[in-house]
Design a protein around this ligand. Structure first.
Ligand code: ZN
Ligand code: ZN
Length: 147
């Protein structure tokens, strides 16, 4: 079978993987709440995970990877992933912005302020590039008062 374009081939592969995944999950249920709706494959120990893109693999390789997995519904998968995530350090933007561990201590506020200053500087640099005309040096203004 030949494919006209690369994107068509990718689309075909995606659909084929989705079908495989759906048929694997067809008789499964969430390990926590037992629902059979919107199921996802979860690596029980993420440290043992090789990949989550297993559906294009050979049956043998796939079942070895699936042996390390459990089935969870979308919600419980999210909750588990969230609980597993390490708490970001103080003085980082992710700690300042964290939904659960959000912190406004001095170190975290400083990290946020630095990030904002960086964004502003980047924005200014981008604007300066747009304004700059060909042949004009960065930051050089046209001379109106040459006389
Ligand atoms: Zn569930
Ligand atoms: Zn903090």
């Amino acid at each position: 079978m030949t494919y006209a374009t690369r994107s068509q081939q990718q689309k075909y592969q995606r659909e084929w993987c989705a079908k495989r995944r759906a048929s694997y999950l067809a008789d499964k249920s969430c390990a926590i709440c037992g629902t059979t709706q919107s199921l996802e494959v979860d690596h029980v120990d993420p440290g043992q995970k090789v990949s989550h893109r297993i559906w294009s693999w050979s049956a043998e390789r796939r079942s070895a990877e699936l042996a390390k997995c459990q089935i969870l519904c979308t919600q419980h998968h999210k909750e588990k992933t969230r609980a597993q995530r390490p708490i970001p350090e103080h003085g980082t933007l992710s700690r300042y912005k964290s939904k659960i561990h959000g912190c406004k201590c001095d170190a975290c506020r400083k990290a946020n302020a630095e990030h904002k200053a960086y964004k502003v500087a980047q924005q200014k640099a981008a604007e300066a590039e747009i304004i700059q005309l060909p042949g004009q040096l960065p930051g050089q203004l046209p001379l109106f008062d040459a006389a």
